[in-house]
Design a protein around this ligand. Structure first.
Ligand code: CIR
Length: 270
């Protein structure tokens, strides 16, 4: 088993993209009203500030009106210290986002590779831990795509495991996150899945399932505003929290992780 202490939360850089007005047409499982572009941009600014406050350099790419979901930059790409992988998002309306993010990746990394032809992978289905990378099969990530992706990770020296995302969950990371230091935050169904056997788990309290998607960035955990029981559970596990508003993102099934690509650059890239 590979082990890269801190791989899951020690970051130097992030890439984000400003939400467009067209985000009002973003994909969603249940309609609770359209997000407002201006309100989303103001929440996005708070998000970028939180990342900067956690000690990382943030690149903010311009809004793309042609792609309503394009502020969720986690889905069309995946980054590791030694390189980036351009993915193939599993929703038709999002496929073009992969080409749109390529130049930002090429500006940042010496190595940028494409997911080989055949199959789909959304970055929201990839959970990076220090000792392995989990790839969740979902409505957006299929087995062929997952196996192509797994082969790249293996060639780069990582252990990677393909898992089944529980039924009715958009992305694997919709229902779990790493808090770092070997601790996983997960909804009860995800905790019961067995994927995290042998690891320390913090279970998201009933009714706060949306808050399963948090991000540990260096010494703090960014937590969505409005989920006090989850925040308290994370603090009780010994982590420092920072609250971030995600009210607009939530209307289109977006969470904290989806809004950035986070990575630690190798000395050779920086
Ligand atoms: C979508 O359905 O693709 C967007 N409305 C939300 C994407 C959220 N991304 C993520 O969880 N990684």
């Amino acid at each position: 088993m590979s082990d890269f202490p801190g791989l899951s939360f020690r970051f130097t850089h992030a890439i984000t993209r400003t939400p467009s007005d067209s985000v009002a047409k973003g994909l969603r499982a249940v309609d609770t009203g359209n997000p407002d572009g201006a309100a989303f941009r103001s929440e996005h600014e708070a998000y970028v500030k939180s990342l900067q406050g956690a000690g990382i350099d943030v690149t903010v790419l311009p809004a793309l009106e042609a792609y309503p979901d394009s502020c969720f930059v986690e889905d069309p790409a995946f980054c590791l210290p030694q390189g980036a992988i351009v993915l193939r998002p599993g929703a038709k309306s999002r496929e073009g986002e992969a080409e749109e993010i390529r130049s930002a990746l090429e500006d940042t990394f010496d190595v940028v590779v494409d997911l080989p032809e055949g199959g789909y992978v959304d970055g929201g289905d990839i959970l990076t831990l220090d000792d392995e990378i989990l790839i969740g099969l979902s409505a957006r990530t299929d087995r062929q795509g997952a196996e192509h992706f797994q082969a790249i990770l293996t060639a780069w020296g990582y252990s990677a495991r393909v898992c089944e995302t529980p039924e009715g969950v958009l992305h694997f990371k919709t229902a779990c996150s790493t808090l770092g230091d070997g601790v996983i935050l997960a909804t009860q169904p995800m905790a019961d899945s067995g994927f995290f056997a042998g690891r320390k788990l913090v279970v998201v309290p009933d009714g706060e399932e949306y808050a399963a998607n948090v991000i540990r960035v260096n010494d703090v955990v960014l937590v969505p505003e409005g989920y006090p029981k989850t925040e308290a559970a994370i603090q009780a596990a010994g982590f420092k929290t920072v609250l971030v508003p995600t009210h607009e993102a939530r209307k289109v099934d977006g969470g904290l992780s989806c809004l950035s690509l986070r990575f630690a650059l190798d000395a050779s890239n920086s």
